[in-house]
Design a protein around this ligand. Structure first.
Ligand SMILES: CSC[C@@H](O)[C@@H](O)C(=O)COP(=O)(O)O
Ligand SMILES: [Zn+2]
Length: 214
């Protein structure tokens, strides 16, 4: 066990979060959405900490020892393990949405291709799809759901800044794509985050098909 927990976090709580992350990751890997160790997953543990995948692990084969604790600045807590290279994007979600409990990031083929195709528009504009209602806050297919596509970079502060700029402009945000990379989405629990991820995978696939057939 590499993880020493602060006194305020019961071992059972951390274990439950780690198991929930590993279970979700295994299922998403089976769907083919986490190729070649890509993707990362996290869950809030308390107001000041999140459990997140250790960098570079095979997301289809995670166990409790592949999950670690970070603070809300993305720094490791109680372990020498290296958190996901994209930890800053997770902790940003927890800071900006106090109700967010889960952040999911995957690299499916559909997400990757859609991010390249729509990068020039800066966003994917979803309208007219019944499945938009799977995104919390959307009650009709007539609503518009805009998923921004941010340029890829290995420098996380740059991405954090782009997300902050989008939110500070007052635009709604349920998820975002990173060009040539993948998707980030989140939820108030694992079920909501999974529903968002699955709906967006489906909707992006539909948008790609529309372009292929027209
Ligand atoms: C294996 S390439 C993908 C990585 O560069 C990254 O984008 C990713 O999703 C996984 O990084 P990780 O540090 O394991 O969380
Ligand atoms: Zn990634």
């Amino acid at each position: 066990m590499h993880q020493k927990l602060p006194d305020t976090i019961p071992a059972t709580l951390f274990a439950a979060r780690a198991d929930a992350i590993a279970d979700a990751a295994r299922e998403l890997a089976l769907a083919g959405w986490t190729p070649a160790t890509s993707s990362n997953f996290s869950m809030r543990v308390d107001a000041d900490h999140a459990a997140i995948t250790i960098s570079g692990r095979d997301k289809g084969k995670l166990g409790r020892d592949d999950i670690m604790l970070v603070d809300m600045q993305g720094l490791a807590v109680g372990t020498d393990a290296r958190p996901s290279a994209e930890t800053a994007l997770h902790t940003q979600v927890y800071r900006r949405w106090p109700e967010a409990q889960v952040v999911l990031h995957t690299h499916s083929r559909t997400q990757s291709v859609a991010s390249r195709l729509f990068a020039q528009d800066g966003a994917v504009r979803l309208e007219g799809w019944e499945l938009q209602k799977a995104i919390t806050g959307h009650t009709t297919h007539e609503s518009v759901l805009e998923i921004p596509v941010f340029p890829n970079t290995q420098h996380m502060p740059e991405l954090v800044e782009r997300v902050d700029a989008w939110l500070d402009a007052g635009k709604p945000l349920a998820a975002y794509l990173i060009n040539g990379h993948g998707i980030y989405t989140w939820g108030r629990d694992m079920a909501e985050a999974r529903r968002h991820l699955e709906a967006l995978e489906f909707l992006l696939g539909c948008e790609l098909d529309l372009r292929a057939y027209s």
